[in-house]
Design a protein around this ligand. Structure first.
Ligand code: PMP
Length: 363
């Protein structure tokens, strides 16, 4: 674990250091038999073609730098989403794409806006890139209030579905926010859109300031390869590329480019895997409800659940001791919730059976 320095320990050269409070990623334990439901990874393997291609990869090709334009992946995505390759930008996970987008588009003096309960990396990037920011409280049902986004601002970013709530906003809400913000860039982070959400992609044609960000880490089962991408107007993507090529030309390694493109080509597998996760999610919702949990109606590959009697932190600890990992934040508004990733049916059965036994002790 990294230690933070105390002010009195700072020596002269440290005055010039960019000091930031880093994002805390979910832990990545590797214990035999554990059930890992804490970082919203896919419980199923990537498309079979990915494994075939990986097995016959030419390691001699690793001598050379990869294509800085990642054309094979950009072209596969452009074809899949029916846009021009000039409208697609790829990066090392959507975290890389988002951080690059913050650096590129949020350079005004007015604060950027995002929800108070949301992906906790946004305020870290704002701090890292020295971008002023302001949060807009979600309503009591965890929904975005579009009227909050009518105040003067330097840009807007929100996930849809939101994380960690899993709640989806309608395209009408997204468009209402866009209409009120024609003079800044609006980023819609669609990391979880493939589990029943509706992408704002069709709005890209009408709003040249809209950037849609997606990832291969969840619905395409490739978190380990770190592939993210975004789609927007040619103008937006052009500016992003200018910054990327001023920062690091070779962000995407060769295997990620080749294997990512292969994953996009196998649409049938993608659809089957995401449908399976959605079916498991809907079943688990019913079972959690019976056990006294309540939650926003998730359209993502996780459920953000709170128990009517047992404190979330206590359940989190008990699960952890049983090698079942979920995510817990001791933060305002959400300290009574657990974010539970949807795993395989068998994994969820084990979770539910543990919770059943655990809850019995309290009722
Ligand atoms: N956006 C949201 C809302 C997320 O939850 C995550 C996952 N932590 C990401 C972006 C980043 O995912 P990745 O970098 O793996 O693409």
């Amino acid at each position: 674990m990294r230690k933070h320095r105390k002010k009195e320990d700072i020596v002269s050269w440290e005055e010039n250091v960019r000091k930031v409070v880093p994002y805390v990623a979910g832990e990545q334990p590797n214990k035999p038999g554990m059930i890992k439901l804490n970082t919203n990874e896919c419980p199923y393997p990537p498309a079979p073609g990915v494994e075939r291609l990986a097995a016959k990869m030419d390691c001699g090709a690793f001598r050379l730098y990869p294509d800085p334009d990642a054309a094979v992946l950009v072209d596969a995505l452009a074809k899949y989403y029916h846009v021009k390759p000039e409208q697609v930008f790829v990066g090392v996970g959507s975290d890389d794409v988002l951080s690059m987008a913050f650096m590129t588009f949020f350079n005004g003096s007015k604060p950027i806006l995002f929800p108070d309960v949301t992906y906790s990396f946004y305020d870290v990037w704002a701090d890292l890139h020295r971008i002023p920011c302001r949060t807009c409280p979600l309503d009591e049902d965890w929904h975005i209030r579009p009227e909050d986004y009518r105040q003067p601002n330097g840009g807007v970013v929100f996930p849809n579905p939101n994380a960690p709530t899993g709640l989806l906003e309608s395209l009408d809400t997204v468009e209402e926010i866009l209409r009120a913000n024609r003079d800044v860039v609006v980023i819609v982070d669609e990391a979880y859109v493939d589990f029943g959400g509706k992408s704002a992609l069709p709005l890209v044609e009408r709003y040249d300031n809209l950037l849609i960000v997606q990832t291969f880490s969840k619905s395409r089962a490739m978190a380990g390869l770190r592939i993210g991408f975004c789609i927007g107007s040619e103008k937006l993507i052009g500016y992003l590329n200018d910054v990327k090529f001023s920062f690091n030309s070779y962000t995407m390694n060769l295997p990620s480019q080749i294997l990512g493109a292969e994953a996009v080509r196998d649409d049938a597998y993608f659809r089957a895997a995401t449908a399976k996760i959605v079916a498991t999610r809907e079943r688990v919702k019913g079972e959690l409800r019976e056990l006294g949990f309540s939650f926003p109606d998730s359209k993502a590959n996780f459920i953000f659940a709170s128990h009517e009697v047992i404190p979330a932190r206590q359940i989190f600890q008990a699960l952890r001791e049983a090698d079942i990992y979920v995510r817990y934040w001791n933060k305002p508004r959400i300290s009574e919730f657990l974010r539970i990733t949807i795993g395989t049916d068998e994994q969820m059965d084990r979770l539910i059976s543990f919770l059943k036994d655990y809850a019995k002790r309290y009722w």
